[in-house]
Write a protein that binds this ligand. Sequence first.
Ligand SMILES: Cc1cc2nc3c(=O)[nH]c(=O)nc-3n(C[C@H](O)[C@H](O)[C@H](O)COP(=O)(O)OP(=O)(O)OC[C@H]3O[C@@H](n4cnc5c(N)ncnc54)[C@H](O)[C@@H]3O)c2cc1C
Length: 390
Amino acid sequence: MNTHPKTVENLVIGGGPAGSMLAMQLADAGRNVTLLEKEHGAHHKVCGEFLSREAVEYLHQARVAPSDLGAAPIHLVHLSSGRVVAEAALPFRALSLSRYVLDAALLARAQQRGCEVRRGVKVERLTAQRDAWLIELRGGESLSAQTVFLASGKHDLHGWARKGGEQTNLVGFKLHLQLAPAQTEALRDSMELFLFPCGYGGLSLVEGDVANLCLVVRRSRLRKLGGWTELLAAVLAENPRLRRFLQSATALWERPLAVSPIPYGYLALRPCGLWCVGDQAAVIPSFTGDGMSIALHSAVLAAQMYLAGKTADAYNCKLHTQLARGMRLATWLSRAMVTGPGRSLAPLGLALFPGVMGWIAASTRIPEEALLFPPEGPGPQPAVQATRSA
Ligand SMILES: Cc1cc2nc3c(=O)[nH]c(=O)nc-3n(C[C@H](O)[C@H](O)[C@H](O)COP(=O)(O)OP(=O)(O)OC[C@H]3O[C@@H](n4cnc5c(N)ncnc54)[C@H](O)[C@@H]3O)c2cc1C
């Protein structure tokens, strides 16, 4: 190990949306900032790749325009459970863009704005010292930093594991597919959400008319079924609508990406002087499609509070207060969706209560008054109807 670690002023660990956004904000304010990302180049991540209105607004603030990167628009949501299907117009404008493209664009922006980006550098250990942090890297190098922003997302550092997720028994999968031309057209402008025994998922187009299939399932059910192939077969067997979309589809990867555990419902409140952003601060269940907006929001909030001379603990408390209510509801709903009664009631509820979709969206998102970009006028109201699929 290096006996005299190099000193850096501000260190960001992780180059996902949270880390890149934070690094950009600090660099814009004239601060020296170094970002470490363990992957050597652009890479895929398990994600539904749905960009909510808030995420899109924050990206524009970072001068990253998802539409210029080929993002696909989403106006409609279909929710299916077995043979029952409900349709709702989204109460806001949304987009869908692969994480491969989005994360690379954000990181490139951070670099352009003056941040030192070191790729292929993995942090092995982080230790609080009296007045600085010691960061040990794979390969033996070490750094000393005055301030550390932890943006390592789904991955916990040794000794800094997130504890206390509320729903931790799910496994996440994602696969990119090329659908048949007619199915690509049928999917255009919409998001297919589907519920199945012990899980739920989504299908939508990203850039280049590629379809992204992403789902979560209880670990116990996956084990019982045997694996991904059996799981997908079981999901398609009971959902004719999804089966139609995927018939004649070609998988673009040999096997799907997987992630587990996912600490849904985790909301950090650790008084440790460490600035935790993105999934290291809060992990909202993925059906809300709000994880990236929280990642970007937490990064902007942390940067603003840090630059204003506030402490990491004050930031942590503020973010916790902003997100607690939405997180509780989203986690409750996510738990309900993987139970039998919840699954059969969801499309019916959507059909019976026009506006429930808008209410869920509004109640699980970052409160409007907490957002750090100018407010927008009211979006289109959701129009809801239920049908039985043939
Ligand atoms: C199944 C599923 C579906 C989802 N769908 C959606 C969706 O549709 N829309 C949405 O908005 N959100 C969704 N999310 C949530 C979203 O993916 C996350 O909230 C978001 O990625 C968080 O961003 P981040 O920057 O905190 O972390 P990440 O995007 O995970 O980035 C962290 C980065 O840190 C790097 N890193 C990790 N450890 C180290 C280390 N030791 N040293 C150096 N670098 C390191 C990683 O390589 C990575 O690039 C979903 C999540 C799951 C699990």
